[in-house]
Design a protein around this ligand. Structure first.
Ligand SMILES: Nc1ncnc2c1ncn2[C@@H]1O[C@H](COP(=O)(O)OP(=O)(O)OP(=O)(O)O)[C@@H](O)[C@H]1O
Length: 271
C-alpha cells in the first residue's frame, strides 16, 4: 500500500508508527475514509481538523479502542495487529484521554502505579489481591517518572491528585502513560481546559517527551500551542487526509484554510 497523503515541506523522518488506508464507519457515518498517518520517534506530530473531522476516531483506532474496518498498521515498517487496547499497550502505544482517568482520592505515586502496583516481597503465599502494596517502591517509581519528564511544580509524589492543578494532573497522566515502557504517546487536547501558566507546563512536558525519543501525537485546536510544540502537522477534513505539513514551513493561516477548505490540488497550497 502506498502513502497517499500529500506531504508539504521537508522530507519526512522514518516513521515509527504508521497507518495506511484506515477506514472506520459508525453505522451510516463514514468517520475515516482511507486515512494515512505516521509519526516518527523524537517527533511531535500534531493532528488537526475541524469538529467531526475524525481526529479522536483516528486516535482511538491507533490505541486499539476502536477496531478499524480496513487499513494497515506498521511499527518500524513491520505490519502489526491492532484489534484491542491490549495490542496497543503491548506495542508501546499509550493514549492520554481528555478526562485523564486519574483517581482523585489517591496520591501521585499510587496513580502512577495504577493497575500494576508493586507488592511487598515475602507475601507471595497470599492471594494477589490480599498482598500488601510496596509503598516505597511505588514512591521511587513515581519520582523517577516525574524526574524523567522534569515536572518541576510538583512538591511531593505523596500529594493527593484531588488537590493538584489542571497542568499538574495532565503531567501526571502523561507520566503514567510514559512509565509503561511506551514509545508512542497520544495526547487529546491536553491544554484545552488550562490557563496560560498551566499550558506552559504541559507544553514543556510534551517537549520533554520528544527529547526522550518518544513519538508524540498531539490533538489540539489551539494554533499557538501547535506551532510552539509540533514538528509536523497532519490535517484531516471530513474523515480524509488534506496534507501533512512541516511546521517550520507553514503558518497558522495556511493550516486553518486547509482544515476548513482543503487543498488547492492545482499547486498543493491550501485552497
Ligand atoms: N462512537 C461513535 N458513534 C457514532 N458516531 C461517531 C462515534 N465517534 C465518532 N463518531 C462520528 O464520527 C465523526 C468523527 O468524529 P471525531 O470525534 O473523530 O471527530 P473530531 O475530529 O475528533 O472532532 P472534535 O474536534 O469535535 O472532537 C463525527 O461525525 C462523529 O459524530
Amino acid at each position: 500500500m502506498t502513502f497517499e497523503n500529500t506531504m508539504v515541506g521537508q522530507a519526512a523522518p522514518p516513521a515509527h508508527l504508521a497507518v495506511r488506508g484506515i477506514q472506520k464507519r459508525f453505522g451510516g457515518v463514514h468517520a475515516l475514509r482511507g486515512v494515512d498517518f505516521e509519526v516518527a520517534r523524537g517527533e511531535v506530530m500534531a493532528l488537526v481538523g475541524d469538529n467531526g473531522a475524525g481526529k479522536s476516531t483516528l486516535m482511538k483506532v491507533l490505541a486499539g479502542a476502536h477496531l478499524a474496518d480496513d487499513g494497515e498498521f506498521l511499527l518500524d515498517g513491520k505490519p502489526v495487529e491492532m484489534s484491542t487496547p491490549n495490542d496497543a499497550t503491548e506495542l508501546g502505544i499509550q493514549i492520554v484521554y481528555q478526562d485523564l482517568a486519574l483517581c482523585e482520592n489517591l496520591d501521585v505515586s499510587a496513580n502512577l502505579s495504577l493497575g500494576a502496583e508493586p507488592v511487598k516481597p515475602g507475601w507471595s503465599f497470599l492471594p494477589h489481591l490480599l498482598r500488601p502494596l510496596d509503598d516505597l517502591e511505588m514512591e521511587v517509581k513515581a519520582k523517577k517518572a516525574i524526574d524523567k519528564l522534569e515536572v518541576r511544580t510538583l512538591q511531593s509524589v505523596r500529594a493527593k491528585v484531588g488537590g493538584l492543578s489542571g497542568g499538574q494532573r495532565q503531567a501526571i497522566a502523561i507520566a503514567r502513560a510514559v512509565g509503561t515502557e511506551s514509545s508512542v504517546v497520544m495526547l487529546d487536547e491536553p491544554t484545552a481546559a488550562l490557563g496560560v501558566a498551566q499550558t506552559r507546563q504541559v507544553l514543556e512536558v510534551v517537549k520533554r517527551l520528544r527529547e526522550t525519543n518518544h513519538a508524540v501525537v498531539y490533538i489540539s485546536h489551539n494554533m499557538r500551542d501547535i506551532f510552539e510544540v509540533s514538528d509536523r502537522i497532519t490535517v484531516l477534513r471530513h474523515g480524509s487526509n488534506v496534507a501533512t505539513y512541516t511546521t517550520s514551513d507553514t503558518n497558522p493561516d495556511e493550516i486553518v484554510v486547509a482544515m476548513t477548505r482543503g487543498l488547492d490540488t492545482e499547486n498543493g497550497n491550501a485552497a
